[in-house]
Design a protein. Sequence first.
Length: 141
Amino acid sequence: MPPPTYYLREYEPEEYTYKTKQEYNKNKIISSKWFGIYHVISKESKDWREDKSITLSISKDSIIYEIAGYQIYQKYLLTGKEVDNKLLLSYSKYLDGSESAILEKTKDFGNIYFDGKKYLWESPYLDFYYDNKQYILNKVQ
């Protein structure tokens, strides 16, 4: 008898892959406290070309990173691992938009933690683009 399979959403609702129970259990299951949609709160700029929308969508099936703005669009599948009340993020695969040359230097998307008042994201990947060391996340769902 073959082992049970689990269907996991890739990046569109109608696209699924399946994994055997053994493969599924190799992945760390993260706590539901991280589930939701997060937006990066960015500083105000007078130049509209500097406006970027960064979204992290975290569910039991996937972690999707998406950035959109002037001359940039990236959508990546990330992996997550919960360690010491932080969610550690790593690049997994390209989904849409443009691939970044920065991925050759780091696949480390950093960690998210809750400081008691707000969600903070420290991301070596984003640090290549911006001069922040911490990004405030607004949890919308």
